[in-house]
Ligand binder design. Structure first.
Ligand SMILES: [Zn+2]
Length: 362
């Protein structure tokens, strides 16, 4: 399936919501948002940590966000006559809207940006944070979507990546899904998020530095070489098709971690061809099925799309999805403790080849 009709509306507090319908003929403007919402909060602050040369976003207002509401008060379900949610219509296929409690937004109030010390520059957290609802079915999950719906979601992420990349100051667009209360999900309705950052994130900067070094030494794309080596070896490949390969990285940090990468080098989701978008759906659904089958219960996971940055270093990017879980055994979670949290040094309790074997056999 793909997008047949795209309708952008404004919620009562001015935030944008977009309906992506798989069929046409919907009058989405017939359902205005009737809620009396407060003015959305101002953008967060970015403070520069001089000790590690990284920007940290400080968003005080996020402490008040909705936390695990009962299912009849879910803000991501369609609205009913009894309860108005974030989505005014009584049904939808896929919708995106600006987060009510965003880490980054265009609502900058310059007076509120105070300086801290000469060594800690502060700037507004301009950018945008969006929510993506994959289905109106509260009790579903991404892994239970049809391949046709997954294709629609990929098209939606392509639409949003292209739009958000054009916003002033946006340097990187990051679509992701957090799944499971173990990960810290505050709403159980199947949904993802998109962060449009006003800076290059620390992890991406490390990846760009490594890719630049490899390119200077060999003239090649680092990710393309890594992917080619994994495909040639096959030791850690768990599934593949004509356009995509899913494999456990040789130096995986997490107990169960899989990369899903297109065979052709693409900078971002908008650059994927129609056949590539179609082929992604069954492969990714297969990987999610294997994740849930590992311990015969829903796997908590983070699913993260790594896309090329919008500015300098864009030519070094190679689109791929990183899926990982903190579950290391049926009743055990991996916590980021001393070594990981304080030193950034990961210690993985499961050998990547063993993890790949377990996932391959399911
Ligand atoms: Zn819901």
């Amino acid at each position: 399936m793909t997008i047949a009709q795209r309708t952008a509306i404004r919620l009562s507090d001015g935030r944008e919501l977009i309906y992506f319908d798989e069929t046409d003929g919907h009058d989405r403007n017939a359902w205005p948002d009737k809620r009396d919402l407060p003015t959305p909060p101002a953008a967060s602050q970015l403070r520069h940590d001089p000790l590690v040369d990284e920007w940290v976003a400080v968003a005080a207002h996020r402490q008040t966000r909705t936390f695990l509401p009962p299912s009849d008060k879910c803000p991501l379900c369609p609205s009913t006559p009894e309860f108005s949610t974030e989505i005014p219509a009584p049904d939808y296929d896929v919708v995106t809207f600006e987060n009510q409690f965003p880490s980054f937004s265009a609502r900058v109030h310059p007076d509120e940006i105070a300086s801290v010390t000469d060594l800690v520059p502060v700037r507004p957290g301009t950018g945008r944070c969006e929510v993506v609802c994959f289905t109106s079915d509260h009790n579903s999950s991404f892994g239970a979507l049809t391949p046709a719906r997954v294709r629609t979601v990929v098209d939606v992420l392509a639409d949003r990546t292209a739009s958000l990349s054009e916003l002033p100051g946006v340097e990187q667009v990051f679509p992701f899904e957090n799944r499971g209360i173990e990960i810290g999900v505050t709403l159980s309705h199947p949904h993802g998020q998109i962060y449009a950052y006003p800076m290059v994130t620390p992890r991406t900067r490390l990846m760009l530095n490594a890719a630049a070094k490899h390119h200077r030494a060999t003239g090649n794309s680092l990710y393309a070489d890594v992917l080619a080596a994994e495909r040639a070896s096959g030791d850690r490949v768990i599934a593949s098709n004509e356009h995509w390969t899913a494999y456990v990285p040789a130096a995986a940090r997490w107990p169960f971690e899989v990369h899903v990468a297109p065979h052709r080098r693409r900078p971002d989701i908008p650059a994927l061809s129609g056949p590539e978008r179609d082929a992604f759906a069954p492969l990714y659904l297969d990987v999610l099925r294997r994740f849930d089958a590992l311990f015969d219960k829903p796997m908590p996971y983070i699913s993260a799309w790594h896309q090329a940055v919008t500015g300098e270093g864009r030519d070094l990017g190679y689109l791929h999805l990183q899926l990982f879980s903190i579950r290391r055994a049926a009743d055990k979670l991996k916590y980021l403790a001393g070594s990981e949290s304080a030193m950034g040094a990961f210690i993985n309790d499961i050998v990547p080849e063993k993890a790949a074997q377990l996932l391959k056999n399911l």
